[in-house]
Design a protein around this ligand. Sequence first.
Ligand code: ADP
Length: 226
Amino acid sequence: AEELLLQSEKLSVAGQLAAGIAHEIRNPLTAIKGFMQLMQSGHDERKQFYDIVFSELNRIELILSELLMLAKPQENVYKQVDIKNLLHDVSALLETQANLNNIWIRQEYEDCKLLLQCDQNQIKQVFINLLKNAIDAMPAGGNVYLSCKKADGKILVEVKDEGEGIPEELLIKISEPFFTTKEKGTGLGLMITYKIIENHSGSVSVQSKVNEGTIFTVSFPAADGP
Ligand code: ADP
């Protein structure tokens, strides 16, 4: 198993730049979409071309929205929460979709307070991204183990899948903006994930073995100390 500590300093610069560009592109895009919709209303043989253009525009819009999340003026709402509740909510959110794909989310939380000082929405986003990736990695189904414990003043959350794994040479790339191996991926999820974790003074490590699975371990300082 390979372990790699991932730094995200580079990402913040890339992220800010990208977000600035995203903002500039989104306005003309909205106008184009509006006119596309008007043109689409007649029905002739060109309809299929309009449909393709429209779905590609939607894709660009999705990418831009993800980028803009980085740029959001950081009106962070920091609150002290027990991360068990948050993880439980995120898991419930994705469970139905997971089960439809024959995937089962197994939760295991240490029976003590797991307090985190955090922006809840952002931390939810982190675990939504990690769980979605875990689900995507198991096209044939399997288990995702979501666990959390406290050790040495740190809250450790583990997202472990039984999926396709990540080849060693790609581990360094997965957090780069736009790196994706998925047909419909944006390659922005992990970049955003790492950025949020960094903003919470946390860190991430990844262990992976091809055809066996991947473990993302996220560590945060516990709000109530050791
Ligand atoms: P996206 O999901 O849009 O591709 P991400 O930044 O979330 O963007 O992920 C980048 C890439 O990292 C994925 O395309 C995939 O190749 C790899 N990856 C991330 N998580 C996992 C995982 N749990 N198992 C296997 N590969 C993963």
